[in-house]
Design a protein around this ligand. Structure first.
Ligand code: SF4
Ligand SMILES: [Zn+2]
Length: 360
């Protein structure tokens, strides 16, 4: 498929320019307040060292907006190195000072894929967290193909009734967008099967598993208005198939991706911050599950942008509204420009199916 070849080609060129990273350089951690299922709690965020997302390393070339793989080693890592680095990061924070904490483990790909994170390292990490005694929620990310009964059962036997959330990058309810514009390689059906499995095994075995969906705001070849409508429709779809929480990820321009190539050619712009506010406000009014809005890159040249007067203020308001799920109310002179963009941006949009757009 053209989109796969193109993504793979761009990815390979990015790898040629990539500087080698050691497992220690890949890992990172920070400790913040975050919204958990039981309210606002301290949360440890930990990026584990991994070779990188198998979908991005494989023939498909990965997703058109993501370059997390470029921050990874690209080579398998020994379990003992992963565990040494994990324990080093754990010791940096006063975790024992809190009654309840949550831990978010990022694998720059799929935590549940044993190629990216070997089973022995995964089990040991989970056992360490369980033994801390005050970890009430563990959150990981995975593509749906690694959400299997076997893996979930292995995890459930370790974590017991601790809340364990699997976050899946659904990105959109629209299969056409997900397959041909994001190059995600799976369908709604695959996603629903994974969500059902997470809930079924949880109910049958007495675990406390939850499913979260990431929603990507403004994939390539979508106008500003289409991006808003599709994100809201995706939230409604997620609620209808039993997703427990939502996290909206507005586009930022990652280096070495197809989205970056289009952006450099003036053929793509990340969403307005107003669009993301419109989405989160609408979803919080109409969809009955908690919804978070990621503000990474907000106000930067490569991220969602309004104007210099309101970028920062809106970012702060969004971060605090994530904690109490409130509606964001704010105004700025630039809102009229956004409204004009929303009503006019697809006026001269080509109706040509993107497969035939000359991308090279
Ligand atoms: S978005 Fe997820 S599946 Fe896609 S390339 Fe990035 S890490 Fe891999
Ligand atoms: Zn403004």
């Amino acid at each position: 498929m053209e989109i796969e070849n193109l993504t793979k080609d761009i990815r390979n060129r990015a790898f040629e320019r990539k500087k080698d990273k050691t497992p220690d350089q890949v890992a990172a951690s920070w400790y913040n307040d975050d919204l958990t299922y039981s309210g606002v709690n301290k949360t440890l965020f930990l990026i584990l060292p991994t070779p990188g997302c198998s979908w991005a390393l494989g023939d498909a070339g990965g997703c058109t907006m993501c370059s997390y793989v470029s921050d990874c080693t690209l080579e398998p890592i020994e379990s003992e190195d992963i565990l040494r680095i994990f324990n080093n990061h754990l010791e940096r924070f006063p975790l024992d000072e809190e009654d309840e904490i949550a831990v978010k483990l990022f694998a720059s790909g799929s935590f549940l894929n044993p190629y990216e994170l070997p089973k022995d390292a995964r089990d040991e990490i989970l056992k360490t967290l369980v033994n801390l005694g005050n970890v009430k929620e563990i959150i990981v990310e995975s593509r749906p193909e690694y959400v299997t009964e076997n893996v979930l059962d292995e995890i459930g036997e370790i974590v017991g009734d601790i809340l364990f959330e699997v976050s899946i990058g659904l990105e959109t309810y629209n299969d056409e967008t997900r397959l041909n514009k994001i190059n995600k390689g799976f369908t709604c059906k695959d996603f629903e099967n994974a969500v059902n499995l997470i809930h079924d095994i949880s109910d049958n075995k007495g675990y406390n598993f939850k499913a979260k969906a990431y929603v990507f705001v403004k994939p390539i070849f979508l106008s500003e208005k289409e991006a808003i409508d599709e994100a809201i429709a995706t939230a409604e779809y997620c609620e209808s198939v039993g997703v427990d929480r939502l996290s909206f990820c507005p586009a930022t321009i990652h280096g070495g991706t197809l989205i970056e190539r289009l952006w450099r050619q003036g053929a793509y712009q990340p969403p307005w911050i107003w669009s993301t506010v419109e989405i989160i406000n609408t979803v919080r009014k109409t969809v009955n599950i908690p919804s978070l809005l990621d503000t990474s890159g907000f106000g930067s040249r490569r991220g969602p942008y309004n104007c210099k007067k309101c970028n920062k203020e809106l970012k702060h308001r969004i971060i605090s509204s994530n904690l109490d799920q409130s509606i964001i109310e704010y105004d700025c002179d630039c809102k009229d420009k956004w409204l004009a963009d929303v009503s006019c941006s697809d006026m001269n949009f080509s109706k040509t199916f993107n497969k035939h757009v000359p991308l090279y």
